[in-house]
Each structure stands twice: as structure tokens, then as C-alpha cells.
Ligand binder design. Sequence first.
Ligand SMILES: Nc1ncnc2c1ncn2[C@@H]1O[C@H](COP(=O)(O)OP(=O)(O)OP(=O)(O)O)[C@@H](O)[C@H]1O
Ligand SMILES: [Mg+2]
Length: 440
Amino acid sequence: MSLRHLIPLVSHPPEDRPMPDTPVRPEPAPRGRLLVLEPMSSGLTLLGTARELGLETLVFSHDAADRVVPETARADVDRLVVVDTNDSAALAEAAAREHARSPLSGVVSGSEFYTDAAARIAHRLGLPGLPLDTAEAVRDKTRMRAILEKAGLRIPRYAPVDGADELDAAAAQVGFPCVLKPAAGSGSIQVSRVEDHAQLRAAYRAIAEDAQYVFDQPEDGRALLEEYLDGPEYSVEGYVHRGAVVVVSVTRKLLGAEPYFVELGHVVQADLAPDVRAGVVAYTADAITALGITLGLFHAEVRITADGPVLIEVGARLAGDRIAELIHLATGVSLRHIAVAAHAGLDREPAEAVGRPVARYAGIHFFTAPGLEVFQRAEGLAEVERHPRVTELRTYYQPGDAVPPARDLRCRLGHVIYTAESAEEEAELRAGFAAAVRFS
Ligand SMILES: Nc1ncnc2c1ncn2[C@@H]1O[C@H](COP(=O)(O)OP(=O)(O)OP(=O)(O)O)[C@@H](O)[C@H]1O
Ligand SMILES: [Mg+2]
């Protein structure tokens, strides 16, 4: 089964649920034309948002295999151009043709995987976009580390690994325990903590052998070995507007058992002492500036170690795992509107994309069933769905589907999104939902 089918598609919550005010009213006449490159998962929400902002939507998609525009999203697409989105030359040609046909106002990637391609198109057509070096760095974890190191920011010891023969030298430089990961991966796929040389070799073999894993993007088995950062993890979401880095949320990340790093939930906002939060915000802003992110959204991941905050990575895109919806629920800020406005060059203050929060906290909990190999049924869902704090409940599998092992996001069986008024209530709800749902 492809990764795409395991990532829940985003839809609007049922209408009887409280939601913040729609931040921006639909506008009658098209105010421009936005190219969205291979929208998937949370990136699909950019389409409806562009429409709300009065833009026509043009989508470039391979529209086959793993890269298909889902039926549910097609209503928000004014024009779909089928092109191999992994082929830079074909993309450049299609973009030039479309721009000549009817000028584009902007281009935005619909996922992590096409951030660099979107920047290249923007650059060629003279549209708002990330600097090309930046766009490449946010897709390459080794380059990201090198840039932050040069800027003097706190980072883990690291070593690129381009072949099995480099493992011993990398381990000598980094030390155990450490984390091995693909240099351009996503979804925590093939990311693991390793304790010794034998585990390191096994982890590297898995990366090299499983090189072609998502969206047919050319993978070369390049890996990155990093010092293990010990400490709780948060994501930091925000945007850059007119040179200023604005942090909207420091989001608590809930992780499964190591040596893997399965994301089991997120909570907006994290309960941090003001000085600790300020430290995370300042460090993240420095990292965003050092990487040259000059426009649009960022989603950074940071661990708070004994030495202070340390960056895991930054994406120059909308956060996944429904974090943008959690932020909307708990702060009223619509990151989707900010992203579209920034990339389409709309002369709009990001503050306009703010509605009213509906609760102080919003969380997502992902259901897992360690050891379950084949999904048959889920019990207890109705009870959770009826809970007044629940805004959405989803399951991803059909009876008879194989359930992948608990190593990355593919093992997650469904999710519940909920709101809470206190940290205690949030923790209670999460534990209650986890206990109420049983998979067999
Ligand atoms: N050096 C490290 N020390 C400790 N934990 C790490 C380290 N690097 C990665 N991790 C853990 O592994 C997770 C995934 O790593 P990373 O973000 O680099 O990969 P990814 O495939 O992009 O993941 P995702 O798409 O889920 O963010 C991190 O969120 C973190 O929990
Ligand atoms: Mg990550």
C-alpha cells in the first residue's frame, strides 16, 4: 500500500462543531492564479484556501501511482495539468506554458517533497519564492546541518554517510547512541536510534535497500548520522513576513517507544515555562534566519536538551499531522491563509488570517495497536466520537488490510482531534480516548 493512502485526507469538520470564524471571506472575482505543486495530505487544504482568497487554482500533478489528486479535492481545482512532477525540465516547461497562457501570481508546494521544485519555478518566472539555496537546504538534512553549524547555532555532532564503508568513521566522529536517517526523508521512515556498530550497519542496510520509498523520487541511499539528542521534543510553527520571524505555536510532540520515533500525537500549545518557551522561540528564529527562509511558513522540530534547544529539522511548509488545524482551533490563526497569501504575493497582513480560538488547547491522538498485523475491526469509536470535546475521528484501514510494524507513521490506525480548556483536561482526554478504542 502506498504512503499516500495511509495519510488521512483532510476534510472540514462536521458543521455542527464549533469552529473559529472563517478568517477571510470568499471574494467574488479572481484576484490571481496560484500554482499548487503536487498537493497531498495537509497541502490539499491550500486549494480551498486559495479559492477563499479569490484565487484561481492551477495544479500540477503526476496524477498517477502515489501522486494522485484525490477526488475530494478536485472541486477546488480550476485547472489540472498532468506532468511528471519529479522531472524538473517538464515542470519548468509546463509552468512557462501556463504562465504565458494566463499569468500566475504565485507557486506553492503542496507537500514537503516539492518545496525545492516550487522555488525553482518561482525563481524562473519571477514570482515570490524561497531562495534556491534555502529551498534545497530544507530538503537535505546534511546541508541544513552544515548551514546551522556555519552560523554558530547549537547542533548535534553529525556525519554524512554516502556508503557502508563510511559507517565506522561516521560512528567514530558522532559516538553512540546516535540516530541514523535518510538525508532527504520524511515521516520518520527509516529513522532510528542505534546503540552500537551492529545496529548501525543494520539500520544503514535498511536505508540503502528501501531507497525508493515515496512518490518515486530519486533516492540515492544518502544517510545522515547524528548524535542522539536527549530531551522532550516540540515543533515550532510560524511564518516569515517582511523579514520578521513570527512564531505562532510551540507544539508538544508525543512520541512512541524508541529506537523508532513514531509520532503519536501533538498538543497546541505546549505548557512551557515562559523563559523556556522564549529560549525555544529565539533559537528557532535564529535557525530560520540562518537557513534563509524569507517567505511563507515554517515547521521546525526542536528537542530541549540539557544544553538548551537543538533543532532536529525545519520544513518550509505547512505542518503535517493536522497541526495546522490544531493551531486554528487553539489560537484562531490560519496558517493555510498565511501560506497562500505569502506565495501568491497578496498584499495582505498575516494578522488578517486570524479568527477566534475555540478552546485553550487542541490535540490529536493517533491510535496504534502494537503487534497487530492485520486490521479487522475497531471497537469503542462511537463513544469517542460522541464526546463533546471531539471535533474529528478517523480510521485509515479496511478489514483485512495489513498493518505495518510500529516503526514510522504507517503503523497509525486512525486519529481523534479534540479540544480542552486545561493541560490536565487534555491529558485526561487523550488517555481516555486511547483506552476507549480497541483494534483487533
Ligand atoms: N539527533 C536526534 N536525536 C534524537 N532524536 C532524533 C534525532 N534525529 C531525529 N530524531 C527523532 O526522529 C524523528 C524524525 O526525525 P527527522 O525529523 O529528522 O526525520 P523525518 O523523516 O523528517 O521525520 P518527520 O517527517 O516525521 O518529521 C524526530 O522527530 C525525532 O523524534
Ligand atoms: Mg522531522
